[in-house]
Design a binder for this molecule. Structure first.
Ligand code: HEM
Length: 237
């Protein structure tokens, strides 16, 4: 679906058409599919590469959900899964520079003068990976989000992958539930194998940046339905 949407010409609309229902629908589809899809792939990659964290997510899922079908409301009782998704978004924000903004008036930021009318790009990746703010930012450590009070709703300026203020992502609540729901289902239902029998410690995590920051090479995995507790114990060994 992402490929089909990206074949549409972003710049085909004239000024009047930008506010038409069709243009707004296209904007929503463009903004809401690729970003979510990218984060699901990164979240699964991070968990597959980090066996201990995968084990903790599976224990949380089995303890709270078991083998029944996950419901949207279950997301509220999965804090470790939530921390894992937050950590993935911190390390791999899909829109690392946000969308271009414009200064509506001249202002000073850290001794730099930003003249009125300047285009401003916000490097959220650098903010969320700044070693003066985050302990060991290049390591995948979901625990850093447990009980930290830091989230991405736009109030903690070290972590704004959805932006902040009036033009921040309106799809945040939907995206956050969708990503957690899909990742939880994928982890709780399947065990994942490398088609070439490579060790997942060496899983390729190279990034590429076009409109969004995605995995450079596709994540290729073989899913097999799990006999939950037996598989969990195997991972723990
Ligand atoms: C993980 C998923 C998502 C991420 C990381 C994300 C991130 C962002 C970011 C960074 C912006 C720009 C904010 C700024 O420049 O200040 C944005 C804008 C936007 N997003 Fe999302 N987004 C996601 C999912 C969605 C979904 C699911 C929808 C809709 C169903 C959506 C709809 C929009 C729209 C319409 C805008 C433009 C808002 C405006 O210009 O006022 N996004 N998003």
């Amino acid at each position: 679906m992402g490929n089909i949407l990206f074949s549409m010409d972003l710049f085909e609309f004239g000024p009047d058409e930008n506010h038409s229902p069709g243009a707004q629908l296209k904007e929503l589809l463009l903004a809401g599919t690729d970003t979510t899809n990218i984060i699901i792939i990164w979240a699964l990659s991070d968990l597959i590469k980090n066996k201990n964290e995968m084990y903790k997510v599976r224990v949380e899922l089995q303890t709270n959900i078991g083998d029944r079908i996950l419901e949207e409301s279950d997301i509220m009782v999965l804090p470790y899964l939530q921390a894992c998704v937050e950590e993935t978004i911190r390390m791999h924000p899909p829109i690392p520079f946000l969308l271009p903004h414009r200064a509506t008036e001249t202002c000073n930021v850290m001794n730099f003068t930003i003249p009125k009318g300047s285009q401003v790009m916000v490097n959220t990746w650098a903010m969320a990976n700044d070693p003066s703010i985050w302990d060991d930012p290049s390591s995948y450590r979901p625990e850093r989000f447990l009980d930290s009070g830091v989230d991405f709703k736009g109030n903690n300026f070290e972590f704004v992958p959805f932006g902040s203020g009036r033009r921040m992502c309106p799809g945040l609540p939907m995206a956050f539930v969708q990503v957690q729901y899909v990742v939880a289902c994928l982890v709780n239902t399947f065990n994942w194998f490398d088609p070439r029998d490579n060790d997942f410690d060496e899983l390729d995590m190279e990034e590429v940046y076009h409109l969004a920051m995605r995995k450079k090479n596709p994540l290729e995995l073989i899913p097999r339905a799990v006999n939950q507790w037996i598989e969990i114990m195997k991972i723990a060994e």
